[in-house]
Ligand binder design. Sequence first.
Ligand SMILES: [Zn+2]
Length: 362
Amino acid sequence: MIELHQRPQNWLTKLWNLPRVLEGTRVQRHDPCGFCQSRDAETLAAVDYWDLSENKIVKCLNCGQMQLDPMLTREQMELGCKAWYIDQQIHTDIHGQKKGFKGAFRRGVAFAVLLKKKKIFPRTMLELGAGDGYFARGLQYVFPQLKVTCVDIVPEVMDYLENHHGFSTIRAELESLNAQEHGTYDLVVARDVLEHTSQPMTVFKNIHQVLNSDGYFHMVSPNGFEDMWGFYARNQLSKKPAELLINHVSYFDPYSLKLLLKPYFDFETWCIQDLKGVLKRGVGRAVIAEVACAPSIKRSVQKTLEQETQLNQLLSITPEEVLKTPSGYAMWADFKENKRLTLNADTGVGRNIFALLRRTHQ
Ligand SMILES: [Zn+2]
């Protein structure tokens, strides 16, 4: 049992008594905890994943992490993911898409500058769920010799990453990643992917395994308290299930996560940068309609999948259009993206956990 009551405090967490004590009902969960395998849990919210399944968000009473229960099946995840992707694309035009690529590239450049300042010079990088690939291109802007390999399970995404960016690809589930088959790397990057995994502890151990002895692991993932707040608030307000459209299945309590990861990693950077939600709207502390998720209407996955024909020409953007940069770009990206004012992620306040961890020698 992890001693969560010793959670570090600061002025903000004291002022608002955060993370808030959540009201739940004790249950035996359907699937064991993906972090510690315990079945003792508390139900925090009810959600519907499209019209595919009815689930709960539960908090493990042993390790404190929050997850969906029962866990989504592989088939549900695949259908829901595809529908979510189509829904997003339909509402993004070419201009918006290009802006997104540029943002990812800029964050890659800024992150590489951060590494350089810490005298970390990776030669090989493994990115888990690289998406459009522009974050890795940003790293290559600063480290031109960096060899990038991407892990994914969707053949179309792999083709795209190979053809548009010249990256190598590995087709594998994150839960089966291993050094024997997939090699070892100086840097492993997982941005906005770990919240999608049902067995995060297995994935973290695998990441440890595919790192070189002085390798680094960079992750960005939502702070679970803020990420699940909309569902919690919806349930508290109306006792009705909330609508879950994106397959976030794990909601990280940053402090408990740190305790779980300590045997595997040393903590170089562990912070939360964006406090806008909690400051402005009360995400994570106020049970009000403004921050509550929409009630479930059991949106149809099939109807969304049928709209796929509307998707066209989105892949026509070439890297050359995105990667035009003026001189002094790296300095500007550093200024814009690397926030000077940050909070220790342990506090569990704010939007994203931003971490740079070094593999421990064991
Ligand atoms: Zn647990």
